[in-house]
Design a protein. Structure first.
Length: 256
């Protein structure tokens, strides 16, 4: 079995694959500092809780955008699994050619999402990830990562509202009954929810106009991506497990 790990700014998402089948997923929060033992014990316990055996993990791949957790996390994998993980970064085969001005500035998570979207849905494709940031990445028909746009994530924008404005409360981010809000909470929900849809549709439209490609597919992932994808025709596919699938694909390219 293969353990895949996506270390993001908010959560660490882990999945276990048995060949091509994703048989378990679980999460840890990123914001709390942990020792290697805490990481190792937590991960082993979650694997066992899902009815799987740690001894059956034959390979491990990690993509991280949080450098300061990597020392403890890497040590945890080596200590508790007896293996050195494959870390997505320079020198790792992905099947995607990064054609931006500075390829090393592109986050590992964006590369992984691009690989999955290109391999599973074909190119040209625009890949959206609704996470701490909302990202929009363009991959050409021949698998070249051409451009990327970065905007505040929905929850990040919400946190800015209730942390910077003393009278605005922390709210659940969801679709309100109507955009014509008559009180504070639904007013904030309307602004965040429909503002994200408007941003999404306009950025996709401009990307399609400027790239000049015909029949560009759009694939979205990320925690709040589902509720956005349900409300706009600009997103063709929503794939909650896109990043985990991308990690599996990259691992297979490097062990063949």
């Amino acid at each position: 079995m293969l353990l895949v790990v996506d270390i993001g700014n908010t959560n660490i998402t882990l999945g276990v694959f048995q060949r091509d089948n994703l048989v378990a997923t679980f999460r840890l929060t990123t914001k709390f500092p942990r020792t290697s033992d805490e990481y190792g014990i937590n991960i082993c316990n979650m694997i066992e809780h899902n009815g799987l055996s740690v001894k059956d993990i034959q390979g491990i791949i990690v993509a991280s955008v949080v450098p300061n957790v990597m020392h403890s996390f890497h040590n945890a994998i080596v200590k508790y699994f007896g293996k050195s993980p494959l870390i997505v970064g320079p020198g790792v085969k992905t099947g995607i050619r990064v054609a931006t001005e500075n390829p090393r500035q592109i986050g590992a998570d964006r590369i992984v999402d691009a690989v999955a979207a290109y391999e599973l849905y074909g190119g040209p494709v625009i890949v959206l990830d609704f996470g701490t940031a909302t990202t929009y990445d363009l991959v050409s028909e021949d698998g070249s990562f051409l451009a990327g746009i970065t905007a505040p994530g929905v929850r990040t924008a919400g946190e800015a509202l209730w942390e910077k404005a003393a009278k605005l409360p922390e709210i659940e981010i969801c679709k309100p009954k109507t955009i014509l809000a008559k009180e504070t909470i639904s007013s904030m929900q309307a602004g965040l929810f429909y503002g994200q849809i408007g941003q999404t549709e306009y950025i996709i439209q401009k990307m399609k106009e400027e790239c000049g490609f015909e029949e560009v597919k759009t694939v979205a992932t990320g925690g709040l991506g589902k509720i956005i994808a349900q409300e706009t025709d600009s997103i063709d596919y929503y794939d909650q497990m896109l990043t985990l699938q991308g990690l599996r694909l990259i691992y297979n390219k490097n062990v063949e």
